[in-house]
Design a protein around this ligand. Structure first.
Ligand SMILES: Nc1nc2c(c(=O)[nH]1)N[C@H]1C(S)=C(S)[C@@H](COP(=O)(O)O)O[C@H]1N2
Ligand SMILES: [Mo]
Length: 197
């Protein structure tokens, strides 16, 4: 298994966080069964600390500005993959459609299948975060989170929720699935925020 992992040679090692090894493959990491979600049935829901709850159909989402992102992907189980190419809707472009209440501080990301993960508003609203529906120019394969997943490149990949079904804005942070089960509430790979204390 470790044959697929390599130590970077000429590579700029400043891109590999501490304790991580590179893989050129793209492993699948899913807790539990893989849900089947057809784009036509997506109802992306925004609720909680917002002035008005909203639901986006697939068509609504595709009508929003579309962007590309190339980002490194760091799984807390110690593999990293460089230069993964995503396309989709940047979080700030989505958030143009949403008016948050002033007390909003955090978001709980909900997924088809029941997975959740938490982010502070500050970590969520970053320019590079994207609701991706393409991976290397193709619709995201189901096991990698298709039809749509969140990508939060500056944190460990458990924050990059697959099969996203909605966002719940909160006045204080509530922990998601892995965060309840011992992972760090934030998960910065450069600080090795793997587990909670
Ligand atoms: N809905 C959902 N999203 C998820 C997960 C999951 O189990 N369910 N696993 C997370 C973890 S731990 C990682 S490392 C990445 C893996 O993404 P990949 O399977 O596309 O490599 O997805 C994250 N998003
Ligand atoms: Mo992971």
């Amino acid at each position: 298994m470790f044959g697929n992992f390599f130590k970077p040679k000429n590579l700029d090692t400043s891109r590999v966080p501490p304790g991580q090894v590179l893989t050129e493959k793209f492993p699948v990491l899913t807790y539990g069964p893989t849900p089947t979600v057809r784009p036509e049935e997506v109802r992306f829901e925004i609720k909680g600390q917002v002035e008005e709850a909203k639901t986006f159909s697939w068509q609504d989402l595709m009508a929003l500005p579309q962007s590309d992102l190339t980002a490194d992907f760091h799984c807390v189980t110690r593999w990293s993959k460089l230069d993964v190419q995503w396309s989709g809707i940047r979080v700030p472009d989505l958030m143009q459609q949403v008016k948050l209440k002033p007390q909003a501080r955090a978001v709980l990301v909900h997924c088809y299948g029941g997975y959740t993960t938490n982010l502070t508003l500050e970590d969520f609203l970053l320019e590079q975060n994207i609701l991706a529906h393409k991976l290397f120019g193709q619709p995201i394969p189901r096991d990698h989170g298709g039809p749509m997943r969140l990508i939060v490149p500056h944190l460990y990949a458990w924050k990059s929720a697959k099969w996203v079904r909605g966002l719940e804005f909160l006045d204080q942070e509530e922990l998601g699935f892995w965060e309840v089960n011992g992972y760090h509430r934030r998960g910065d790979p450069w600080k090795e925020e793997r587990f909670s204390d």
